[in-house]
Ligand binder design. Structure first.
Ligand code: SAH
Length: 347
């Protein structure tokens, strides 16, 4: 007997749903709206579709084919972390962070990661595969399912597992799905793609016709240290990255954020802040400092509060807008790669 894989509707834009299923345009829109705007994945709940069509969807399609394995909520901060099982049994995680009135979703772009940054949990298990556009978008849909957003639109950051720039086409398509006005309708300025410095893709991103933000994980502004922390630096050293970022800004006119994970006595000293200040010259950047979230088996420690504050003040005094991110997930393992690491055997 011949079996074909079910159509995964979450991957498709309204016109593509209509085309693939041979439906009138309005029904493609209806289905897209159910999945993306109302975050409904059960075809029986799609009450404005004719019964025969719902039956057909059951037989031929899945909404997103992603299953929620576990949702942890931090009682103190309201941070939510979801572990999802994908169609092939792999698992991936995503996080919803609350900051006063703001909601930020942190999504993964790959299962695992090949970059092997020295302080990151995700790299420990190596790279498995890229996520499809729908598997990325589905993370936002699952996290927002029971959220009453009111007038707010969430921010979305590609800062979960994986290197988004090594899955560029799927990431771009997932962003367009998330931006679609028939769906979540997230504004481009509310979306940030974070990269360890894949320069060819930064060049591609400069030419995209959108205002999606770029964040670069710097962590060190001298080559020996950065090559140790972020091995990709051996391929694209700081000078090359700087040139690329300058040209990115010349083409796109957009601001950049540097991410800097603070590691005790490794990259949190004043000399490191000074190196960063020098590196910022010629660029319009702000800096996001992230206290390191401890990962078992890795030889690093979290910076002291005093060191974090002093680092931030040094930069702010020199006119580089710097924010110190509060840790919001330690008690639910919400650092990159950590939930999957403890529960990964479920896959
Ligand atoms: N590969 C991309 C996106 C995923 S990592 C990138 O490198 O930007 C998202 C951010 O989290 C990066 O800045 C990364 O360096 C940081 N990070 C990874 N593990 C961390 C940890 N244990 N504590 C704090 N930040 C971490």
């Amino acid at each position: 007997m011949e079996t074909t894989a079910p159509t995964r509707l979450v991957e498709l834009f309204p016109a593509e749903i209509s085309e693939q299923l041979g439906l009138p345009a309005f029904q493609g829109k209806q289905i897209f709206r159910w999945i993306h705007a109302k975050k409904v994945s059960d075809f029986d709940a799609m009450t404005d579709l004719p019964k025969a069509l719902r039956q057909r969807l059951h037989e031929e399609c899945v909404a997103h084919g992603v299953e929620l394995v576990e949702m942890q909520t931090c009682a103190r901060t309201g941070t939510k972390k979801a572990l999802l099982r994908l169609g092939d049994g792999e698992s991936v995680e995503c996080v919803l962070i609350r900051d006063r009135d703001r909601i930020t979703l942190c999504v993964s772009s790959q299962v695992g990661c090949a970059l092997q940054c020295d302080f990151c949990a995700t790299g420990l298990a190596g790279f498995t595969r890229n996520l499809s556009p729908g598997e990325i978008a589905a993370q936002a849909l699952v996290l927002l399912k029971d959220e009453d957003l009111g007038e707010r639109t969430p921010n979305i950051v590609y800062m979960g597992m994986g290197e988004p720039m090594r899955n560029y086409d799927n990431v771009v398509r997932s962003i367009r799905l998330l931006m679609s006005p028939e769906g979540l309708g997230i504004g481009a300025r509310k979306i940030t793609v974070s990269t360890a410095g894949e320069i060819k893709r930064i060049e591609d991103m400069a030419r995209e016709d959108w205002q999606v933000r770029l964040s670069v994980s710097l962590h060190a502004a001298n080559n020996p240290l950065r090559s140790r922390l972020v091995p990709l630096n051996r391929k694209y050293p700081l000078e090359r990255l700087h040139e690329t970022l300058r040209s990115y800004q010349a083409i796109s006119g957009r601001q950049i954020t540097f991410e800097w994970t603070l590691l005790r006595e490794v990259n949190d000293q004043l000399q490191h802040a000074r190196e960063l200040m020098d590196y910022c010259r010629g660029l319009r950047v702000s800096v996001n400092l992230i206290p390191w979230n401890p990962v078992e088996d890795l030889p690093y420690e979290t910076s002291t509060r005093e060191a974090c504050v002093a680092f931030a003040e040094t930069l702010n005094k020199r006119g580089i807008k710097t924010t110190l991110r509060q840790e919001r997930g330690q008690d639910i393992d919400a650092a990159c790669g950590q939930l999957r690491r403890t529960k990964g055997s479920l896959a």
